[in-house]
Design a protein around this ligand. Structure first.
Ligand code: IMP
Length: 208
């Protein structure tokens, strides 16, 4: 099945290809001549995801999906949240974002009075847009923010995110692709999307 993934982020593209598998042939906006930044000006993940997928659908006329992700840190009242990409400024620099996050959390201990203090979650919203409208799919992963970056793999905030599902022992950067995708926010949202779209195609086939 050929489908456009409205992203310019090669890490997201790689993860999406691994999660969705070879049955989905992912095209990118760049391949289709869209070279400008795709607008994302909404105040929510849902709004941004929808805006990106609708933009590319309008430009190409092809069924299209997008991914908008945020890291929500409890000790920071949910920041950086929707603004995760630009947390340290408009340059969207991952190392600067991680540095700022660790700076904001300096002095916040792992635990206080029996309560975990550095808890956080990634939320990912996938929006699928076709001529039948828009559908949203969500994924979430719980964890904590490490005291310092760990590991070489992944991207973005991966070096400082310790997923609870692996016992807070390794950061996302220290996991294999398979280990991350099996529990990640993106893995969950894209698996839900893939199941839904496979079901849609099966329905269309039986209607023929
Ligand atoms: P956006 O969805 O492209 O707006 O990404 C928001 C921010 O979260 C960017 O700084 C990304 O680098 C970061 N991000 C998105 N997905 C992940 C992930 O799976 N791991 C770590 N950081 C991520």
């Amino acid at each position: 099945m050929e489908i456009v993934f409205a992203t310019g982020n090669l890490h997201k593209l790689e993860e999406a290809s691994q999660i969705l598998g070879p049955e989905f042939r992912l095209r990118t906006p760049a391949e289709l001549g869209i070279t400008e930044d795709i607008p994302e000006t909404s105040g929510t993940l849902e709004g941004n995801a929808r805006q990106k997928a609708e933009y590319v659908f309008r430009r190409t006329g092809l069924p299209c999906f997008s991914d908008d992700t945020g890291l929500f840190v409890d000790a920071l009242g949910g920041q950086p949240g929707v603004l995760s990409a630009r947390y340290a400024g408009p340059g969207k620099n991952a190392a600067d974002n991680v540095r700022k996050l660790l700076h904001e959390l300096a002095g916040v201990p792992e635990e206080k009075d029996g309560r975990r203090m550095r808890t956080a979650r990634f939320r990912c919203v996938v929006a699928y847009v076709s001529n039948e409208g828009c559908r949203l799919f969500e994924g979430k992963v719980e964890g904590e923010i490490a005291a310092s970056p760990r590991g070489e793999g992944g991207f973005g905030y991966d070096p400082v995110f310790l997923p609870a599902r692996y016992g807070l022992e390794r950061s996302f950067s220290e996991l294999s692709h398979e280990e991350k995708n099996a529990i990640s926010h993106r893995g969950e949202a894209m698996t839900r999307f893939a199941e839904w779209i496979r079901g849609r195609h099966a329905e269309v086939d039986t209607e023929r």
